[in-house]
Design a binder for this molecule. Structure first.
Ligand code: KG4
Ligand code: ZN
Length: 348
C-alpha cells in the first residue's frame, strides 16, 4: 500500500510517501521561510501563492525519492485544517484532484492530529512502533498548545489548551523584538544553550479559574518589558555576539515556557495518570523542553516519546501517517466531501 500525504496549512509545502505500515519512503519539505522573513511572520496571501508555485515540484520530488509513481498511490491524505484557508485550499484541492482522477479514498486530516501521532514516525525507512492506547499528547507549535488524551477508540479528549499565545508564537514574537529574526524558536534555543536560565524569574501563567489551560501572553508581555528596559528595539542583532545579560534573559524566557509546559503535564499526571506522553509540534524541537520532559518521564515512570526532529515542524509524513491511522479506523471518505476549514479544534 502507498499513502500520499500533502501538507500546506501554513508556510511549508510538503509531500510525503509512506507505505501501508507507516514507513516513510520520502518526506519533502519546501520551506517558505525566506519569503516571509522580511515580514517577521507568515503572510497568508504570500503563503498561498508560494504553495501554488511549489507544490508540483515538491510532489514530483517526493515520488522520485520514494521510487514511486502517482499511479501507485492507494490512499491520499491532505491537511484540511486548521490553518490559513488559502494555503489549505491549495494542498487539499490537489489531493482531491488526484483522488478523483484515480478513484482513491481521501482523508482530510486535522493538522494537529498529524502532529499528535508524529512521535511514532521513524527516519530511514523503519516502521513506526505500535501505538499503545490510551496515551496523552502534548502538541506545542507556532499556533497551538494542546494537551489531550487519546483513547483506545481513537477518541481525542482535549484537556488543556492555550488561552492566548502559543509557545512558538511567543518564541517568534520575542525573537523578532530582540532583532533575532524569524522563526524565533531555533535561534532562542541555540542562544539559550549558553545562558543561565535561572537568572531571571518569570511567573508561570495560569488561566486563574482552576483550569489546566496554558497562558503565555503574560510571560510575553513581561519579557517585552525587559527587552524594552534594556533598549533592545528590534534592530538586527548577531545571535553569536549578544550581551551576556541578554543571553541569560532569553535563556530564562525559554525556561519559563518549559516550566509552564512541565507544570501542566505534571498536574494532568497527578489528576488522571499518564501512561505514555507523546510530545509534538515545532516547539518539540526545543532542546531544553526535550531534555526536561525526558527527565520528568524517567522520574515519574512515564514513557515520553520525543519526535524525530525532522517530524517536529510541519511535514507531510505526519499527515500521511495520521491519515493512514484514520483510514484503518474507516475514516477515509469521498473526495467530494472533504472541505478546508481554518478552525478545527482537536476532538471535533
Ligand atoms: O509545527 P510548526 O512547524 O507550525 C505550526 O503548526 O505552528 O511550528 C513552528 C513553530 C515556530 O513558532 C518556531 O519558532 C517553533 O515552532 N520552533 C521552535 C524550535 N524550532 C521551531 N521553538 C522552540 N525551539 C525550537 N528549537
Ligand atoms: Zn504545525
Amino acid at each position: 500500500m502507498i499513502v500520499l500525504g500533502i501538507e500546506t496549512s501554513c508556510d511549508e509545502t510538503s509531500v510525503a510517501v509512506l507505505d501501508g505500515d507507516g514507513r516513510v519512503r520520502s518526506n519533502v519539505v519546501s520551506s517558505q521561510m525566506r519569503a516571509h522573513a522580511p515580514y517577521g511572520g507568515v503572510v497568508p496571501e504570500v503563503a498561498a501563492r508560494a504553495h501554488l508555485e511549489n507544490l508540483p515540484a515538491v510532489l514530483e520530488e517526493a515520488l522520485t525519492r520514494a521510487g514511486a509513481r502517482l499511479e501507485d498511490a492507494d490512499l491520499v491524505a491532505a491537511t484540511a485544517g486548521p490553518g490559513l484557508i488559502g494555503a489549505l485550499l491549495v494542498g487539499l484541492s490537489a489531493a482531491k484532484a488526484i483522488a478523483f482522477a484515480r478513484g482513491l479514498p481521501l482523508v482530510g486530516v486535522n493538522h494537529l492530529e498529524g502532529h499528535l501521532f508524529s512521535a511514532w514516525l521513524k527516519p530511514n525507512g523503519e516502521p513506526p512502533p505500535p501505538i499503545a492506547y490510551p496515551f496523552h499528547g502534548l502538541v506545542v507549535s507556532g499556533g497551538h498548545a494542546e494537551l489531550v488524551r487519546v483513547e483506545e477508540s481513537g477518541r481525542i479528549v482535549p484537556i488543556a489548551r492555550t488561552r492566548d499565545d502559543a509557545p512558538g508564537e511567543a518564541f517568534d514574537k520575542i525573537a523578532r523584538r530582540a532583532g533575532l529574526g524569524y522563526p524565533g524558536g531555533p535561534v532562542i534555543d541555540r542562544v539559550a544553550a549558553r545562558g543561565d536560565g535561572t537568572r531571571f524569574a518569570f511567573p508561570i501563567g495560569r488561566a486563574g479559574d482552576g483550569s489546566l489551560d496554558f497562558s503565555f501572553s503574560g510571560l510575553k508581555t513581561a519579557m517585552l518589558r525587559e527587552l524594552q528596559r534594556r533598549g533592545v528595539d528590534g534592530s538586527p542583532l548577531d545571535p553569536e555576539r549578544l550581551d551576556p545579560e541578554l543571553v541569560d534573559l532569553l535563556a530564562s524566557f525559554q525556561q519559563a515556557i518549559v516550566a509552564a509546559l512541565l507544570d501542566r503535564v505534571a498536574a494532568v499526571h497527578a489528576a488522571e495518570g499518564i501512561r505514555t506522553l507523546a510530545l509534538s509540534g515545532g516547539v518539540a524541537a526545543n532542546s531544553r523542553l526535550r531534555a526536561e520532559l525526558a527527565a520528568w518521564g524517567r522520574e515519574a515512570g512515564v514513557p515520553v516519546l520525543l519526535p524525530e526532529r525532522a517530524f517536529t515542524t510541519d511535514n507531510a509524513a505526519m499527515i500521511a501517517w495520521a491519515g493512514l491511522i484514520r483510514h484503518r479506523r474507516g475514516g477515509a471518505g469521498d473526495p467530494a466531501e472533504a472541505s478546508a476549514r481554518s478552525r478545527w479544534p482537536l476532538g471535533t
